[in-house]
Every structure is written in C-alpha cells, then in structure tokens.
Ligand binder design. Structure first.
Ligand SMILES: [Zn+2]
Length: 340
C-alpha cells in the first residue's frame, strides 16, 4: 500500500528504486539523448535497415529473447506471466541502499523500543512471519527470508505533513509511520497493513519491479529512436505497462495478505473495516491534498471500493483457512519465536 502505504507502496518499498525508475527519464533527457537527437537532425531519419541487418545485434536480440523466456515466472493468484531474473542478493543490496537513504531522512523520528507501540508491532510481525514461513512452498525463499535481519521502525510524524504510510524493504526493514495508526485503529488494522506489505515480499514484487527496469529503459529508448519524443513515451509506458502491473501487484498483495491474516489467526472480518476507514480518509482528503500527496497512490493502486469488494468476495475461503488454522485452540501463538 503505498501512499499511504508507501506502505501501500509496492512503489514505496521500492521508493528507493527511484534511481532505476529515474533512469528512464534521465536517459531521454540527458546529454546522451541530446547526442541522439543530433543524429536525427543530420540524417532526418535513422537508418533502421542497417541496424536490423547487423549480425551482432541479431545475436544480442536472440540472446536477450532467450534470457527473457528462460526467466518467465508465474505470479501467485492472478497467474499472470512475469519476467523475474533479479537474484535475492541483488534485491537485498537495493534494499540496503534504500534503507540507508530512509534512515538519513527519518533517523531522529524513530520511536524507541521501549515505546508500547513497538512491542505491539513486534508481536504482530512475529505472528505474520511465523505463519508465512510455515505455509510457504518455496524453501529457497524461506531460507532467504530467515537469513534477513528483520527490524521494525515506527516513525513519529506530524499527520498533517506526512501521509499515512508503511512499507517493508526487501532487506527485512519494516517502516510504519505514526500517521497510519489512527486508521489502523487496533491490532487487526496494523496486521492488515503489515500482512499486505509482507505479501509484496512473499510474491517477489520488489524483485519483479527491478527485473522490469531494463525492459522499460530499452522500450523507452526504442520509442525515442522511432519518434524523437521522450515525455509522451514515458507516459505511454507508465499508462500501459507500469501502472496496470502495479495495480495487479496490489491485488495480489491484498489476497496473499488476507490469507496470511487468516493463517495468523487475526480477525479477518476487520480487514474490510480497515479499508472502509481508509476509504473515509481518502474521501476526506479529496479535493485538497489528493492532487499532490495522494496523486501517486491513486495512479498505481486499485480503487479502494474495488479492494473492499474483492476482499468481501474472498471471505468464504478466508473463513475456511481460519478454521483449518485451529485459531480457536488456546495458545497457538503463545510460543512465538522472535524474528528480531
Ligand atoms: Zn501495496
């Protein structure tokens, strides 16, 4: 959930991928792109026939095509095909870079571990991680997730200045902004937010975002070579590829997060309640701040009413998961391991 959920943020966990995201824009507006433009000026049109008949280019294209096909993967729940090639170590390294940047910005606002909210969030995260590890079918992923040094950071912010936000970086660093806590309302609300964020990691969404960056850069460059226009191409790629993919990832994270809530024995009926409060907050923001601080969220996230509708439609399955998780058995989560 990024805007808010920077946390809502596929994009937020990956806000730090800003460097890579900006590459698209930078490439088309930088001195390199200017040099390309001059070539257009001199010849009026690019000689594509020479380029296409080049053998090295043909081999490169064939190699890249084979690489693309070999690294196809199936996303959970939506079963959409996706390109996934970034290894765990690379994803973690990007997470580490993002972490350093975020710490620089918010270091003085992190609430101490002695604060009751820290203990509450820790308990929730432990339950979610325990359930995630127990139910995963991917031993390699679990081994990787267990190797991470998980840390929680509750950031104290002025809610009038900083929108509700929470996110988990691919290196296991969890951020939750105090401005989201009133919307969370209670333990189940915080669990809804964090289960969604954790689900982005379980579904390899950060990895997927990173995997696609070179493709978007190549597309942007090709479109620029063909049209000589840069801004419109970026818009086209964002509208046709980036944003729809982001909305699909949000829906996947919603679905996985709901199941995680059920398996962790949180109150699944509170999930739609949380989203209703979020919707009320959005309504409250509309007209004023929406255009600025929430604009990004609205373009990359599904409509909140649709989310609530989807979650309601999953309830029968979530109920049966809850029942099969023996949630009524006393003490299921009394003997929690600590992941911190
Ligand atoms: Zn999200």
């Amino acid at each position: 959930m990024k805007w808010i959920f920077g946390f809502r943020g596929v994009k937020s966990p990956v806000r730090s991928f800003l460097a890579t995201r900006n590459c698209i824009r930078t490439f088309s507006q930088s001195p390199r792109s200017h040099a390309t433009y001059k070539r257009f000026e001199n010849s009026q049109s690019y000689d594509f026939s020479r380029l296409v008949s080049s053998k090295p280019l043909l081999y490169t294209v064939l190699g890249l095509g084979a690489f693309y096909v070999y690294n196809q993967d199936e996303a959970p729940f939506t079963n959409r095909r996706r390109f996934l090639w970034v290894p765990y170590w690379m994803e973690k390294r990007v997470g580490d870079m993002s972490y350093r940047q975020i710490l620089l910005q918010y270091k003085k606002q992190i609430v101490p571990h002695s604060d009751p909210i820290y203990a509450k969030v820790s308990g929730i995260v432990n339950r979610l991680l325990e359930a995630a590890f127990e139910n995963s079918r991917d031993p390699k992923q679990i081994e990787h997730l267990k190797s991470l040094k998980w840390e929680i950071h509750v950031i104290q912010v002025n809610p009038k200045e900083t929108p509700p936000n929470a996110f988990i970086l691919p290196n296991g660093k969890i951020f939750i902004f105090s401005s989201i806590l009133p919307i969370c309302h209670d333990t189940n609300g915080i669990a809804t937010v964090l289960s969604h964020e954790l689900s982005h990691q379980l579904a390899h969404h950060s990895m997927e975002q990173l995997s696609k960056q070179p493709v978007y850069m190549a597309l942007s460059t090709l479109l620029y070579m063909a049209t000589g226009v840069s801004g419109f191409n970026d818009l086209l790629i964002a509208g046709l590829l980036t944003m729809p993919a982001s909305r699909e990832m949000e829906s996947e994270a919603d679905r996985i997060g709901c199941e995680l809530m059920a398996r962790s024995c949180f109150d699944i009926y509170q999930i739609p309640r949380f989203w209703e409060r979020m919707h009320a907050f959005e309504e409250q923001q509309s007209g004023q701040a929406r255009t600025s601080m929430l604009n990004e969220f609205f373009s990359t996230h599904p409509n909140t009413n649709k989310r609530i509708h989807d979650i309601q439609s999953w309830m029968p399955q979530l109920e049966s998961i809850s029942e099969s998780s023996n949630c009524h058995q006393y003490g299921q989560f009394n003997q929690l391991r600590s992941f911190f």
